[in-house]
Ligand binder design. Structure first.
Ligand code: ATP
Length: 352
């Protein structure tokens, strides 16, 4: 295992900056998820770490070793990295055993190689699958073979590019839990690229949120979820509601779910997660910040529902998340109350 430190990384393709001024620190043995929208540069970052791309600027260090700086780029096979590209990248004409043993050192004899292959297949729960070919495996099994191949060289770091994207929801949860447990048990430093926020929140010790070629925020899952730096970034990790806020002549703040005389940011708006808005059919005795509202839409998901509300005196609709017994109906009059922190973020041009 090794730590990863990236400073001011820049990558240019055909004169266009794909990554610029990108910084990232991942400590040794931890599991990091790179989360961001399509095209923001996640795969480019992963390929730069693997040594498959020559950056235009910046440095990449594995522990104390400088592996990428303008004058020197250590080739991929000297980086001690296991890389699992999108769709696994198995060789279709080779057996599972030969795929797993493909990158093992030529200095090893046949028995040594086959013992490592067996050990790796056992590790990923595919003991005895040696002679099958990739087309005889399910998508989840192919992912595990690709992982076994990456782990066979006992790499210091594993890079996973959307490893679970091709799997259906049930298989995805199952396989991703197995793979994450395996990588954490072997204390392998892991960088996983994903655009699936749940994958990132569930598995990672560290989430790095990317936008337009840069890491704009990084931290533990609870930190990036509860203290986002902007509404845009907050949307990467979950649903949001943004509320305008005004200060009146009497120096009080007025916002759809809040009025107070402290903590006003004139350039900001309030950012709320839908689960922080509590609604009830009857007025609560202690609820002095309750606002009357009418239910204008219900999106029912089984375990919870997103309920759209029109608040009395305000134009904009907002969404509350309701769990448990969801017995609200369309058009019903309810009371809404903010039960979360006052989170100010820079004002966006438009609202939800
Ligand atoms: P996705 O989630 O869709 O896989 P991503 O965040 O991984 O996207 P990248 O694959 O890193 O994004 O691509 C970032 C940008 O760089 C895109 O605009 C893409 O078109 C461009 N790009 C990637 N590879 C090349 C290349 N070899 N030559 C030119 N442009 C490229």
């Amino acid at each position: 295992m090794t730590s990863l430190e990236i400073r001011d990384l820049g990558v240019v393709f055909s004169g266009k900056e794909i990554l610029s001024g990108l910084n990232l620190n991942v400590s040794s043995g931890s599991y990091a998820a790179i989360l961001g929208p399509s095209g923001c540069g996640k795969t480019t970052l992963l390929r730069s770490i693997a040594g498959l791309i020559t950056p235009a600027s910046g440095t990449i260090r594995f522990g104390k070793q400088l592996v990428s700086v303008s004058s020197l780029v250590l080739p991929p096979h000297k980086r001690n990295i296991g890389y699992v590209p999108q769709e696994g990248g198995l060789f279709p004409h080779l057996t599972v055993g030969d795929n797993v043993g493909f990158a093992l050192s030529r200095d090893l004899d046949k028995e040594e190689k086959s013992s490592i292959v067996d050990e790796m297949l056992k590790l990923v729960g595919l003991e005895g699958f040696n002679s099958r070919r990739p087309h005889q495996l399910s998508g989840g099994q192919q992912t595990r073979v690709a992982l076994a191949r990456a782990l066979a060289m006992k790499p210091a770091m594993v890079l996973l590019d959307e490893p679970f994207a091709a799997l259906d929801q049930t298989l995805r949860t199952e396989i991703s839990e197995e793979v994450v447990a395996l990588l954490k048990a072997t204390k392998t430093t892991t960088i996983m690229v994903t655009h699936d926020r749940e994958d990132a929140l569930v598995s990672a010790d560290l989430i790095a949120l990317m936008r337009s070629g840069q890491v704009v925020q990084s931290g533990a899952p609870t930190q990036v979820y509860s203290a986002p730096i902007s509404a845009e970034v907050a949307q990467s990790t979950g649903d949001i509601v943004t509320l305008p806020a005004y200060m009146s002549a009497d120096q009080r703040i007025y916002s759809p779910l809040h009025s107070s005389s402290s903590n006003f940011d004139p350039n900001g708006e309030l950012l709320i997660r839908p689960e922080e808005i509590h609604i009830s059919a009857v007025s609560q005795p202690a609820g002095k910040n309750q606002v009357k509202a009418a239910i204008s839409k219900i999106n029912y998901y089984g375990h919870d529902a997103l309920i759209e509300l029109k608040l009395e005196g305000w134009e904009l609709p907002l969404r509350a998340r309701v769990t448990g017994n969801i017995d609200f109906r369309l058009g019903q009059a309810v009371y809404a109350e903010l039960q979360g922190p006052l989170r100010w973020v820079p004002r966006k041009a438009t609202h939800q």
